[in-house]
Design a protein around this ligand. Sequence first.
Ligand code: GLU
Ligand code: ZN
Length: 295
Amino acid sequence: MIVTRFAPSPNGPLHLGHGYSAVIAHDLARAASKRGEGGRFLLRIEDIDGARSRPELADELRRDLEWLGLEWDEVPAQSTRLASYSAAAQGLLDRGLLYPCTCTRAEIEALEPHMGPEGMVYPGTCRNLPRDPARPAALRLDMERAMAEAEARNGGPLEWVDDRLGLQLADPRQFGDVTLVRKDAPASYHLAATLDDAADGVTLVTRGADLVFASHIHRLLQALLGLPVPRWHHHTLLLDDAGRKLAKSRRSGELGWGLAERRLAGEDGRALAESLRMGQMPAGISLSDYPCEAP
Ligand code: GLU
Ligand code: ZN
């Protein structure tokens, strides 16, 4: 059985890059079911960011997916699963693998931290400090301890497999002590998505190549939390004519990149999905040459 998912955050309208991602995840499940292995394609609304998530955008994106001709099973949204995130975080805290961090972004920036592949690497300021109870705290993973414990449990280095990149050695140390519980939410993306993929029985995590970094962290969390290890499929990204990945906030000229705006302009969504699957991109858009070049 192959179970894939599309996991959008309803904090802005979907664009062609999301459409491409959804089509790929859908088709991988569909292909497995045609081969007789069984396949399911799931939709999970990642609305953990209560301040930015909007229910009407979730409705809108369901209409977009329908318009593209996709069929899915919807699993519960992240906002309904907060208790499971808190329970997992408490367990890691009890094991001494998380510590409270009261630093603000400005305080971290002022320390001129080392830049990792995904931005600033937290310098560990709060790791050995008692918590100041007057200040709100996030919970960070003590990366060195976590890796030591996970590799000991695993009996060696952690590995993960991507359909396109092949066998990977999990190397989350390069991201430092990542946040697992935010100041303003009971989980970070990393903790919530890892727990949910396991709870939803996802066997093939499908998402853009810009999130390869996250898989190193997620593999570590799977080892720490005793979760099943899926396979991954990181797909090529859609780029605009300046070679930048499409973003929710950027627009092209005439017909924009937004799925809803194209749908409302009368474009044939099924035909669009068909072109995306054939790798034929609308004008002004190209595919990155990943995995030949690192994303
Ligand atoms: N909610 C995340 C996003 O929209 C999902 C990433 C993932 O597929 O894991 O970027
Ligand atoms: Zn701190």
